[in-house]
Design a binder for this molecule. Structure first.
Ligand SMILES: [Zn+2]
Ligand SMILES: [Zn+2]
Length: 342
């Protein structure tokens, strides 16, 4: 089968190669991939700025249909439509974090798409516990956004614990920021979305989804806009989804005293910010990295209830052979979410 493979360490070294189809085995489930999302992590793997283990097939945001089931597998059927929790592909199972269900911190962990083979290919083979069946009303396009959506579910509902009646700032209107926005709106939270120059398409989407206000910080001072929108009070919660120093500062300034700040994006470098803001406003600062299996269960219940839909986030679908164009769209912020298919 054709697959997008990081074939050697270093910058680049990525191409479509012919590889062996994965073998199902007695305990595996073979999934035919319908769609797999392109994500910033893929760009980092390409540039070798995110840990990876070549040769490895990229792609970790996948959805597809079960086409083969190992002899020892129960509870899975041919034809099941599912998304896959790729992050647990390899874990030690016995460290403190594995035992606590916080597999993301397992020192031995390797996720699909960088640690082991991922889903920019026709087939993947996974364990049945990695498989999450999607409801009939959900499309495979939407289901391919599950992995980033799970990160948003953890950030909004588990780490930040927003409550109806609060006001939120989402700084950074990339896919994760827009997914946070959808959850905040579903929770009844008035949400301001901030972006930078070049984010016009994504800010327009934020308005369409229901943001109370969008601010392009290239044109308008964020602190002023927030002050005006909150009668001078400031926001209750700020989710930093851009990974940019100006966005970090914007979040700290926008928060009211006793507000909650959650770091959702990676900055990828050391930055300067006024830590005294945390002191003087007595802010609660948290990080949110990925999710747990419990988050995925919660996400499946959100899907079942049908109040949050994700189809309007998919703006481009390309075959994996056009991965260069897909990666470029992602890097240039010229699309909402880009999916690839075999
Ligand atoms: Zn991702
Ligand atoms: Zn472990």
């Amino acid at each position: 089968m054709k697959a997008l493979v990081k074939f050697a360490p270093g910058d680049g070294n990525l191409d479509i190669l012919d590889v062996e189809e994965p073998v199902c085995g007695d305990r595996g489930v073979k999934v035919e991939i319908a769609f797999c999302g392109v994500c910033g992590t893929d760009l980092h793997v390409m540039h070798d700025t995110f840990r990876n283990y070549p040769p490895v097939i990229l792609g970790h945001e996948m959805a597809g249909t079960v086409v083969e089931i190992g002899r020892e597998v129960r509870g899975v059927n041919i034809g099941d439509r599912a998304t896959v929790l790729g992050a647990t592909a390899v874990t030690c199972g016995v460290c403190r974090y594995c035992r606590e269900g916080r597999f993301i911190f397992c020192p031995a962990r390797r996720g699909m798409g960088h640690g082991v083979n991922g889903a920019f290919a026709r087939y993947v083979v996974v364990r049945p516990d990695q498989l999450y069946r999607i409801p009939d009303h959900f499309t495979l396009e939407e289901a391919a956004i599950s992995e980033p959506f799970a990160a948003a579910v953890q950030a909004v509902t588990e780490v930040t614990q927003v409550r109806i009646g609060e006001t939120a700032l989402v700084s950074g209107p990339g896919p994760i920021g827009l997914l946070c926005l959808k959850l905040l709106l579903a929770e009844g939270v008035k949400t301001i979305v901030a972006g930078a120059g070049g984010d016009d398409l994504r800010l327009a989407a934020a308005r369409e989804f229901g943001a109370a206000l969008t601010v392009n910080t290239a044109e308008r001072n964020l602190a002023d806009a927030v002050r005006e929108a909150t009668d001078g009070a400031g926001v209750d919660v700020a989710l930093e989804c851009a990974g940019h120093p100006a966005s970090v500062l914007g979040c700290l300034q926008a928060l009211r005293p006793m507000g909650r700040y959650t770091q959702v994006a990676i900055c990828g470098r050391d930055i300067n910010f006024p830590i005294d803001q945390i002191f003087y406003k007595q802010l609660t600062v948290s990080g949110s990295v990925c999710y747990t299996a419990r988050t995925w269960e919660r996400m499946m219940q959100i899907y079942q209830q049908g109040r949050v839909r994700l189809h309007d986030l998919v703006s481009v679908k390309l075959p994996i052979t056009e991965w260069r164009a897909a990666f470029e769209l992602c890097a240039d912020r010229k699309a909402l979410k880009v999916l690839m298919h075999p």
